[in-house]
Design a binder for this molecule. Structure first.
Ligand code: NDP
Length: 446
């Protein structure tokens, strides 16, 4: 892959890249099927990705007609890599087995190792025989919706297709590697004003936040809406806050430290709640929730913005869902895409039905939504929330940081890119947008 990297950095043309042979193996981060029981007796926080994630050479799979090989310059950690690397709530080899039963091309994925990663930026170096819209040399970012077009539902909303998968989580050959194998329908143009590592981090979280808040498939936020955002400086939250501000809404951001509160304020979010400082006790014990604490939380929100949330941007799950349902405004929407703290959810249904609230689910984004979300980055209206970057060789440490919530925004991973700051093709536009906006989280992490 070094030959590809040198050629890309040297400004090689598409034809020149297409003439470089694809190597028989490439460097990748993966978990092993024979290690899925390694953490069997440990508490979740003791399950350490630094032990389960390996970085070694793996065999290059054959390319299907609708796929491309992408030389990966940079990638990112998503929470799904935390889940895969601690084998919770289940080992992802079950997904690969199911994909393996789908036919010849699916079978390639069912291996004793799972190459992880659902984000990447890089350069197309080969296209399959059926690919029409992309060619070698195209500089791209990837989004992780992996779906084929044979399910009729995929032509309405591909997230509804029965074989919809998350690339690098429910498929093999993910982005935490020097080479990625992706469907052509996962490719999007790389924003020209960003470096490789800045461009790499937004695919999954930006697109998810877009669908949750902006798309007609999500909460359809309107101007003036109060939006409560949990984890407002985290991966999803860092984009959600930007969408609310762009769309004329009023974000109320929840974070867990004074440093995060400061970072959130510097994004332009005026209503900030430090949940640690407030010491909310939504659960009196493991099985009992405390309505008085929900009420205190609701009062804190009202005191900041004078109203209840029209929309609650939910993802922590069990720990917060009771409070989220309670504080949402009459007829408000709780839009949820995850359950980091536990997926067996409890809330008081009386507060839902008596006040005509809606709990709506959301998951990633279809290609059209992802394209719109990426276009906003290309236009400098949404900025990547990259904070720190690790080399691929330290992917275990990078994943551990996210698992323990020690990070802000997105944690980047340098794959082929030999140093930071490369890949900026439009410095004039970058200057126009403002370095301060693009690198806000990077500067806060220093
Ligand atoms: P991050 O870890 O980057 O951010 C999550 C934030 O949530 C943290 O920064 C933290 O902020 C807050 N948080 C964590 N635990 C709690 C808790 N118990 N109570 C309140 N707040 C909490 O993760 P992401 O934002 O990338 O992802 C969040 C979840 O969403 C994950 O479970 C992930 O798997 C899922 N996800 C789902 C997607 C989908 O398509 N369905 C797409 C992307 C992510 P603080 O401590 O400052 O309050």
């Amino acid at each position: 892959m070094k030959q590809f990297c040198d050629a890309i950095l040297g400004g090689a043309t598409g034809e020149e890249l297409a003439a470089i042979p694809i190597p028989e193996s490439y460097r990748a981060a993966f978990v092993r099927r024979d290690e899925t029981e390694m953490f069997a007796d440990l508490q979740t926080s003791e399950k350490d990705p630094r032990r389960s994630l390996h970085v070694e050479e793996v065999a290059t799979p054959e390319l299907a007609p609708d796929e491309c090989y992408v030389a990966v310059m940079a990638s990112a950690i998503n929470f799904n890599t935390v889940w895969t690397s601690i084998f919770e709530p289940l080992a992802t080899f079950a997904f690969l087995g199911r994909l393996g039963r789908e036919g010849l091309w699916g079978k390639r994925h069912d291996l004793p190792y799972h190459v992880v990663g659902s984000d990447a930026s890089g350069v197309v170096v080969r296209t399959g025989s059926a690919v029409r819209s992309w060619r070698p040399g195209d500089r791209v970012v990837l989004h992780s919706n992996y779906v084929d077009s044979e399910d009729p539902q995929a032509h309405d909303d591909s997230m509804l297709a029965s074989n919809q998968r998350i690339w690098g989580f429910e498929t093999n050959f993910g982005g935490l590697a020097d080479l990625a194998v992706v469907r052509a329908s996962q490719l999007m143009r790389k924003p020209a004003h960003l470096s490789w590592e800045e461009a790499a981090v937004s695919g999954l979280c930006n697109c998810t936040a877009y669908r949750m808040l902006v798309s007609r498939n999500g909460a359809q936020m309107k101007q003036g809406d109060v939006v409560l955002i949990w984890g407002a400086t985290g991966g999803l939250g860092g984009y959600a806050v930007q969408y609310v501000l762009n769309g004329g809404g009023i974000p109320v951001g929840v974070v867990s430290s004074p440093a995060k509160a400061k970072l959130l304020a510097s994004m332009g979010c005026e209503a900030v709640i430090d949940r640690k400082a407030a010491a909310y006790g939504f659960w009196s014990d493991e099985g009992t929730q405390n309505e008085a604490e929900w009420r205190r939380f609701g009062k804190d929100i009202r005191s900041l913005v004078g109203d209840d949330p029209d929309i609650v941007f939910e993802h922590p799950g069990r720990e917060t869902m009771g409070a989220s349902v309670f504080v949402a405004k009459r007829a408000g929407t709780i839009i949820t895409c995850a359950a980091t703290s536990g997926y067996m959810i409890e809330y008081d249904n009386r507060h839902l039905w008596m006040k005509l609230k809606t709990i709506k689910s959301s998951h990633l984004a279809n290609y059209a939504e992802a394209w719109e979300a990426n276009k906003l980055i290309e236009r400098g209206r949404i900025h990547p929330r990259l904070s720190v970057v690790y080399p691929l060789s330290e992917v275990g440490e990078a994943t551990r940081q996210v698992q323990l919530n020690l990070h802000d925004g997105k944690v980047g991973v340098r794959c082929l890119a030999p140093e930071l700051g490369l890949g900026i093709d439009d410095p004039a536009f970058r200057e126009k947008i403002g370095e301060d906006k693009i690198t806000l989280f990077q500067r806060a992490a220093k």
